[in-house]
Ligand binder design. Structure first.
Ligand SMILES: Nc1ncnc2c1ncn2[C@@H]1O[C@H](COP(=O)(O)OP(=O)(O)OP(=O)(O)O)[C@@H](O)[C@H]1O
Ligand SMILES: [Mg+2]
Length: 384
């Protein structure tokens, strides 16, 4: 389609990093030097985003969302760390190189649209094409018109931006971001200045673009909107919260999610290896981060009853930590490749749930449900 008039592969915008990611950040730090002293807005960001992902970025005001977007788009430079996008080491580029690179690799959409007021909507959309010179002159107007059709405002092509409603201006800004057919759209609070119905239609447009192969990073402080993206990154105090912990324990505050993240241990288990052993003292709480684990009751005579599969993003090991006593089941790494988990010590786990009534209640509910299933399974064995 016209979104990809140029060859989708082989052209600059089809490139990925050597490891298959499209966006890769390693140890990114941003420290602002202010009269009041140094302030670290991003504190060691590691992040991998694959081609075609739709990722929302949430966090309280001041958590570093805009700073992160500015690092990715090359609007600002990291103080430390590395940023690779589509095979380019963005952190090594100078201002001029970044402007050229950004023109074809990344479209940016801001909260306040930032259209040039003296140019028509069509001219605003054509401008990045004039700058990058990929399309021939006759192609540019045609393409700008196509993009305005795509975002549903072709009839406003020849109006000045301030004659357009907010939602229409944002659509124009999205069309402009698509001008040079970049693989990535980065957007900071794109719906922050729109009413909820208009915001909804802009979200729909992003979802359509993802379906057509674009990679979208969307900063928002609206958690409902964020959930519309398949993947959400939580920033707190300039750090990214572990995504698996955020998914497994969604009732924790961002602050507690970060506390948990900092205390995580990572473990890898070979297929079939025990992660938890029945009748042992409980020491840790686990979340599966890659692969799956299987839960078994071990009965006298080494008779085993399969109970449950714990998938990536789910937790286990909470029962004995919450109810006291020994482990009531054995959990083993399943499948044919190593299983990765993150773990919290009993102490870190107890600390965490003592600070979140909601999380304690939710874990307690699951623990009771799982215990009930074990009781029933044991009764079944006895009656057979
Ligand atoms: N140019 C700058 N100079 C000094 N401090 C800055 C600068 N830009 C950002 N900061 C500080 O860095 C921190 C993170 O700012 P950032 O704008 O990234 O937050 P945010 O998550 O986007 O917040 P919001 O939701 O309010 O947009 C804030 O404490 C902010 O004051
Ligand atoms: Mg911001």
């Amino acid at each position: 389609m016209f979104l990809s008039k140029r060859k989708p592969n082989g052209s600059a915008n089809g490139k990925i990093n050597d490891d298959g990611t499209l966006i890769k950040l390693r140890g990114v730090v941003k420290t602002f030097i202010t009269p009041a002293g140094n302030f670290t807005a991003l504190n060691g960001i590691d992040l991998d985003i694959g081609p075609g992902e739709f990722v929302s970025i949430i966090g309280k005001s001041g958590s570093g969302k805009t700073t992160l977007i500015n690092m990715l788009t090359g609007i600002d430079h990291p103080t430390k760390g590395e940023i690779y996008i589509g095979g380019t080491a963005v952190h090594t580029l100078n201002e001029g190189q970044i402007a050229t690179w950004r023109g074809t690799h990344l479209g940016v959409v801001f909260q306040f649209f930032q259209l040039l007021p003296t140019l028509t909507t069509l001219e605003n959309v054509r401008l990045p094409m004039d700058f990058c010179n990929i399309y021939t002159r006759p192609e540019r107007n045609e393409r700008a018109m196509h993009l305005l059709e795509l975002v549903g405002i072709a009839e406003h092509a020849h109006k000045l931006p301030n004659h357009l409603a907010g939602g229409q201006q944002q659509r124009a800004a999205i069309a402009r971001a698509l001008a040079n057919d970049p693989p990535i759209i980065a957007t900071d609070e794109p719906t922050g200045n729109l009413d909820s119905r208009t915001a909804e239609s802009v979200m729909q447009l992003f979802q359509d673009l993802v379906t057509q192969g674009k990679t979208i990073l969307m900063v928002t402080h609206d958690e409902d909107l964020a959930r519309r993206a398949p993947r959400t990154i939580v920033l707190h105090d300039g750090e990214i919260v572990n995504e698996y912990v955020a998914r497994a324990l969604p009732t924790l505050s961002h602050e507690l999610l970060l506390t948990a993240t900092r205390q995580l241990e990572t473990h890898t288990f070979a297929p079939g290896e025990s992660i938890i052993v029945q009748d042992a003292e409980p020491e840790k709480f686990f979340i599966v981060t890659n692969g799956e684990a299987k839960v078994y009751l071990i009965e006298p005579g080494e008779y085993e009853v399969f109970m449950d599969t714990i998938h990536t993003g789910q937790y286990f090991g909470e029962m004995a930590l919450i109810h006291g006593g020994k482990r009531t089941a054995t959990v083993r790494a399943a499948g044919s490749s190593p299983v990765e988990v993150v773990a919290l010590s009993k102490r870190a786990f107890d600390d965490l749930i003592s600070q979140s009534e909601e999380t304690r209640a939710e874990l307690g509910r699951v623990a009771v449900e799982r215990r009930q299933a074990q009781v029933e399974a044991r009764q079944n064995i006895e009656t057979h």
